[in-house]
Write a protein that binds this ligand. Structure first.
Ligand SMILES: Cc1cc2nc3c(=O)[nH]c(=O)nc-3n(C[C@H](O)[C@H](O)[C@H](O)COP(=O)(O)O)c2cc1C
Length: 218
């Protein structure tokens, strides 16, 4: 396992040294985890000239479909936009916040929704967001395995998406996701370019895991 993670690091350094887009920007080698989990990251650099086949998108949706949920409730839904319907794609793109303009280069844009009420009852599903998040991460990992960039965004107007596509009120529109093939770092707006190459950081396990009855202070 260590060997494979280290190999990912070597590939990463070779790629970045040559200034080719860092397709793989794995977590450091001390993260002894599945390579696909280590390799997933949120690039903003897309090759806008390379289409992503709908069949490939279906693999992402298929991965999401197999996520777990309480009572197998499966509240996740996906709005998928791409070149098959340029008008709808344009409307979908119009909802993006200015800070996410880099996502306009992605050939595909998704919205991850969740049904907030329980089917056949007026009760809310308190885990609806959580469950959709599980589906989203499965999709992100499948995308990583396929070599795709999968970048989720909260920076979009939920109101615009709801209005443009008549999304019913019992569906929350949680995140957008830009999907495409990795592109040159030069396509990323200058003020976001450092995010393509900065070392990825996370809180330490000691800040996250509490044993012996301790509880988080923050
Ligand atoms: C729910 C959610 C919302 C996010 N919103 C944005 C966003 O609007 N714009 C953006 O550039 N990145 C966004 N991101 C990406 C995060 O910044 C990124 O996941 C985080 O910095 C960790 O980096 P990594 O995904 O490369 O590991 C979002 C990620 C998630 C999961």
């Amino acid at each position: 396992m260590h060997f494979r993670i280290s190999l990912l690091w070597i590939i990463y350094y070779i790629i970045t040294m040559n200034n080719i887009p860092p397709v793989l920007r794995p977590a450091p080698p001390d993260a002894d985890i599945l390579p696909v989990v280590a390799a997933r990251w949120s690039s903003r650099a897309f090759d806008s000239s390379l289409p992503v086949a709908f069949e490939l998108m279906n693999k992402l949706f298929e991965a999401a479909r197999w996520a777990p949920s309480a009572a197998n409730n499966q509240p996740w839904r996906f709005l998928a936009f791409g070149p098959e319907n340029p008008d709808a794609l344009e409307k979908a793109r119009s909802s993006l916040a200015g800070g996410n303009a880099w996502a306009l280069a992605a050939p595909r844009l998704l919205f991850i929704l969740t049904r907030t009420d329980r089917p056949g009852s007026d009760k809310v599903n308190p885990r609806a967001m959580y469950e959709a998040g599980m589906a989203a991460v499965q999709m992100a990992l499948q995308a990583t395995g396929e070599g795709l960039v999968f970048h989720q965004m909260a920076g979009f107007s939920e109101e615009t998406v709801r209005k443009e596509f008549d999304v019913p009120e019992n569906f929350a529109i949680i995140t957008a996701a830009a999907v495409g093939w990795p592109g040159s770092v030069d396509t990323v707006p200058e003020n976001r370019r450092n995010l393509e190459t900065d070392i990825r950081e996370r809180r330490s396990l000691s800040e996250l895991v509490f044993t012996n009855g301790e509880v988080p202070a923050e």
